[in-house]
Design a binder for this molecule. Structure first.
Ligand code: ADP
Ligand code: MG
Length: 143
């Protein structure tokens, strides 16, 4: 059974990094992390920290033009998706998303809400909102 929503108040970018590193360290094979939140809320920043927690040494750049980028230098493979520019859900089928989402690596998906119907039931959910202070973010999570 899924746990209920947990709210984290992230005060600054350092908090995002600490949170992401922890998540990366704790991630087990097959973890799918679905990120939702407006532009600039820090989805890519969080992904970079998750990668760091997985022990990935490569520089993480946004996969905006290829939907998914793969990183193999860590404890587990990381598949970083950014589906913001997806034209049609068929593009996910064409790239064989099931191999990734139901595989043994770690998937992090930016703009996961766009492909909501494809997100596995047991995915970790992180909805990010801007807080009231500069640098503040509100994470609403289901683990
Ligand atoms: N608490 C925070 N967490 C993440 N990024 C933050 C935070 N506070 C400020 N920022 C800044 O916000 C921007 C987030 O950008 P990015 O990670 O690319 O967002 P997204 O991928 O959601 O569009 C960066 O310029 C980062 O420095
Ligand atoms: Mg991004």
């Amino acid at each position: 059974m899924k746990s209920k929503e947990q709210i984290f108040i992230i005060k600054n970018q350092k908090d995002t990094e600490t949170f992401g590193i922890k998540l990366g360290r704790l991630a087990v094979p097959g973890t799918v992390i679905a990120l939702a939140g407006d532009l600039g809320t820090g989805k890519t920043t969080l992904t970079k920290a998750i990668a760091k927690g997985l022990g990935i040494s490569d520089i993480i750049t946004s996969p905006t033009f290829n939907i998914v980028k793969e990183y193999d230098s860590g404890r587990l493979p990381l598949y970083h998706f950014d589906v913001y520019r997806i034209g049609d859900i068929d593009e996910m089928h064409e790239l064989g998303y099931e191999e990734y989402f139901y595989g043994t690596g770690i998937c992090v998906i930016e703009w996961a809400d766009i492909i909501e119907e494809l997100i596995p039931e047991d995915a970790v959910r992180i909805n990010i909102e801007y807080g009231t202070e500069e640098g503040e973010r509100i994470y609403k999570c289901i683990f």
